[in-house]
Ligand binder design. Structure first.
Ligand SMILES: [Zn+2]
Length: 100
């Protein structure tokens, strides 16, 4: 059950689900796909990829899509961080952009 191949498959499945959720226009369907991705991650004990983790509100855990259910404001150029406001619960948090 916990062989590396199974985990690899789970990760692949999560990636597909998250991509589908992002493309989905129907908010409810998108939330369902996102939840499923989380479920798969828990079931196979794999971590959600970084990009996927950013898509869930840190407070209400809702699936939030930047530009749709979340407002993203870029802060000062020096900080390389953006402010994300969840439009579902109003919670605001800072998201530090990955440095390259
Ligand atoms: Zn929220």
């Amino acid at each position: 059950m916990k062989s590396p191949q199974v985990k690899e498959l789970a990760r692949e499945r999560i990636g597909i689900l998250v991509a589908a959720a992002l493309k989905e226009k129907d908010e409810e369907l998108a939330a369902r796909q996102a939840k499923l991705a989380k479920k798969v991650a828990m079931r196979f004990r794999v971590r959600l990829p970084y990009e996927a983790r950013q898509l869930f509100c840190k407070k209400c855990k809702a699936f939030i899509v930047p530009g749709r259910s979340a407002r993203v404001r870029v802060g000062r150029a020096k900080t390389r961080a953006v402010r994300v406001t969840c439009l579902k619960c109003g919670h605001t948090y800072r998201r530090v952009l990955a440095t390259q």
